[in-house]
Design a protein around this ligand. Structure first.
Ligand SMILES: Nc1ncnc2c1ncn2[C@@H]1O[C@H](COP(=O)(O)OP(=O)(O)OP(=O)(O)O)[C@@H](O)[C@H]1O
Ligand SMILES: [Mg+2]
Length: 350
């Protein structure tokens, strides 16, 4: 069983021992990045990035194509050196303590690093072998992960017969074999169908439940919202927002109250009703027979509006609060020009 170069290079380093001591980690900050800069020629892939992730949490690194997510993951997993700034994982410096650090991190890179000429089970067991896990332990763990990722039936088939999604799941499972305290997953659900994605989300939660810290990159606000305790949004190599999903959503203006009148002739009166409830003029859409105002988080506003429409005897087809979709939040955050978007709930490291 010989691993491919890509598998070896992108996941493990020979000679490391699993479960290296975490005693040296005084802080609860398992991932800490301060003013990190990385350039490739003229491209500033990272332009002074600062954030941290606490032990036993999921940090979602959200950003569009080319934002710098993979560069950051590659620095945190010691595959690339930063130009300047500091990055620590489990209290260890990624440059000075790289060798010790590698045994504490599990990585699933953006492209799959599995060996096509081995079976799924062999791929997983090989990782256990590389990490010097006892044979009984890695066999047990491989079986467990194969089942958790719904690969049990395909476990003894060669990976070259696997579908793209199966390879992706196997790749993710491989990063978890040695139970590393820190997991870096670079866009782990890209290309997965909704069922596989849910299985993966469950597995990530299970790892976090047992104390692991997960840094997960994604282009999907929905995924960050589902999984992440905190979300760091990066764009063009810089952090543009940092907070919980709710905090990020409220930065984009919160909910909208929308009323759709039954009769087009009532539209003007409906504008007047909502106009009394909003400091900004209501927006109306004649074709949709709809009037809307910004509503913050206000359910009280909804009840008030309902009462006023009743009093004014304006029949409605629909009245409700519409919260921004995850995609709208993402687009709104990443559409802001650089420099205008200082993190509102900034909890960045000094
Ligand atoms: N080895 C490299 N050589 C030259 N440029 C690079 C290299 N790696 C990354 N870059 C550039 O750095 C920037 C950030 O790339 P990175 O791969 O980190 O983005 P990303 O956020 O992971 O994007 P995606 O969502 O598309 O995976 C891009 O402009 C990219 O072209
Ligand atoms: Mg990437």
């Amino acid at each position: 069983m010989r691993p491919t170069d890509s598998a070896a290079a992108s996941r493990f380093v020979p000679g490391v021992t699993a479960g290296a001591s975490l005693d040296q980690v005084a802080s609860d900050r398992m991932v800490e990045v301060c003013d990190l800069v990385k350039t490739f020629g003229k491209i500033r892939a990272l332009d002074g990035v600062t954030f941290f992730a606490e032990r036993g949490t999921v940090l979602g690194l959200l950003g569009p194509n080319g934002a710098g997510k993979s560069t950051l993951v590659r620095i945190l997993t010691t595959l690339v050196r930063p130009d300047s700034g500091v990055a620590r994982v489990a209290g260890l410096d990624v440059v000075a303590d790289g060798q010790r650090l590698r045994s504490l991190i599990g990585l699933t890179g953006q492209s799959a690093a599995v060996d096509e000429l081995l079976t799924g089970r062999e791929n997983l067991e090989l990782v256990g072998l590389w990490y010097h896990l006892p044979r009984r332990e890695y066999r047990r763990r491989a079986q467990e992960i194969l089942e958790l990722l719904a690969l049990g039936d395909a476990a003894d088939r060669l990976v070259k017969t696997y579908s793209g999604g199966m390879r992706r799941r196997l790749d993710i499972g491989a990063s978890m074999i040695a139970d590393p305290p820190v997991l870096c997953l670079d866009e782990p659900t890209t290309g997965l169908d909704p069922r596989s994605r849910n299985e993966l989300w469950r597995l990530v939660r299970e790892r976090v439940g047992s104390g692991a810290t997960v840094l997960l990159t994604t282009q999907y606000m929905e995924e960050a919202e589902h999984l992440a305790d905190r979300i760091v949004v990066i764009d063009k190599g810089a952090v543009i927002a940092d907070g919980t999903a709710d905090q990020l959503k409220s930065r984009t203006g919160g909910a909208t109250l929308e009323a759709r009148v039954t009769k087009p002739s009532d539209l003007e009166r409906a504008v007047a009703v909502l106009g009394d409830l909003s400091p900004t003029p209501p927006r109306s859409d004649v074709e949709q027979r709809q009037v809307s105002i910004p509503a913050g988080e206000g359910t009280d506003l909804l009840l008030d509006a309902g009462r006023r429409f009743q009093e004014a005897r304006i029949p409605l087809d629909d009245l409700g609060l519409r919260r921004p979709t995850p995609d709208e939040v993402f687009l709104s955050l990443t559409a802001q020009p650089r420099g205008d978007a200082a993190p509102s709930s900034a909890e960045v490291t000094p």
